[in-house]
Write a protein that binds this ligand. Structure first.
Ligand code: PAN
Ligand code: ZN
Length: 188
């Protein structure tokens, strides 16, 4: 057996970034334009193509021995009245769980199973959310500042975006009367 060397990473409290930054993933509106409800609002924003979120991912091997960990920085904003959000996914190995720890800002963690069960949890600094095995998960920035959370999950979990890309989530998170509302997604 090859022994892996211990190491640490610094979390930057102001920005939410990691140092060293690891593998950085950036997603703009054009990377997920079909996931928002209001296609006219999408078209109107596509020229600017806003940055919606970034993931700083500590690089460890993608196998069951290891624990993937990363921060997600989800910027504030809306597409029409739908809040900025992550793509969302099931794990490729669907029975792999995950822990989210909110560090900054506020948001909503929405989850669903393939049987159509739906659940949501509010996140604020200090909230530790548990995503159990079999639940797809997406985060939504429901505030007006940057929403940041740390995540840890089994090394071999993988990400399956396919079903979410075609069907979406059971509910969309929209702004209504200066609060958020969960609205049925007609294409689910
Ligand atoms: C998170 C997510 C991250 C970005 O680290 O991957 O927040 O969201 P999407 O992967 O849905 O674009 C996680 O759940 N990892 O398993
Ligand atoms: Zn995940």
């Amino acid at each position: 057996t090859k022994i892996f060397q211990p190491f640490s990473t610094m979390y930057e409290f102001d920005s939410g970034a990691l140092n060293p930054q690891g593998k950085l993933i950036s997603r703009r509106l054009s990377d997920m334009s079909s996931m928002y409800q209001d296609s006219e609002a999408v078209q109107a924003l596509l020229n600017d193509n806003p940055l919606i979120y970034e993931v700083y991912n500590v690089e460890v091997p993608e196998n069951e021995e290891h624990i993937q960990h990363c921060t997600t920085i989800l910027y504030p904003g809306k597409v029409g009245s739908e809040f900025f959000m992550t793509k969302g996914h099931y794990h490729e190995i669907i029975n792999r769980a995950e822990i989210y720890f909110c560090l900054k800002g506020k948001g909503l963690l929405i989850m669903q199973t393939k049987e159509g069960e739906f659940s949501s949890l509010e996140m604020e600094p200090g909230t530790i959310a548990y995503v159990p095995p079999y639940w797809a998960h997406r985060t939504v920035n429901t505030g007006d500042e940057t929403f940041v959370f740390f995540a840890a999950y089994p090394g071999d979990a993988g990400h399956d975006y396919g079903l979410i890309e075609t069907e979406g989530f059971v509910k969309a998170v929209m702004e209504q009367a200066e609060k958020y509302a969960l609205v049925a997604n007609p294409s689910y």
